[in-house]
Design a protein. Sequence first.
Length: 142
Amino acid sequence: MEKGRIYSIAQVCSDLDLSPRTVRYYEELGLLPGVRRLSGGRRVYGHDEVERLRFIQRLKRLGLTLEEIGELNAVYAIGGSTRAMMERLRELLNTRLSEVDDRIREMRRLRSEMSSYLNRVESRIFDLKAREEVRLYGHSNS
């Protein structure tokens, strides 16, 4: 999306793969301040708003909550991309990184447990098949 142009909510949503409801919700939360409106009340978005939405999407993908994004937004509104904002962002990202590491460890344990259980199930199937063959044929082909 080009600087200097204005876009409808439909264009923005299509470009960013967001729903109009999500964009309006971000505006209601104050995450997207200064959205302009045409005389009929229709919202229009400029390059800055589109970039802000991209930033919100990036932070959400990194695991930040809308509340945390709002906090960063407030710090940014006061002084722009300040050291305080960057330090807070670093703190939030370090917390998320730690949570991701915990989740990865948890998922590895779960995978190991599932693999072990699968081996027991396969062994049980093998035993049941052998018993069935003995019952049907008087011997096992295994």
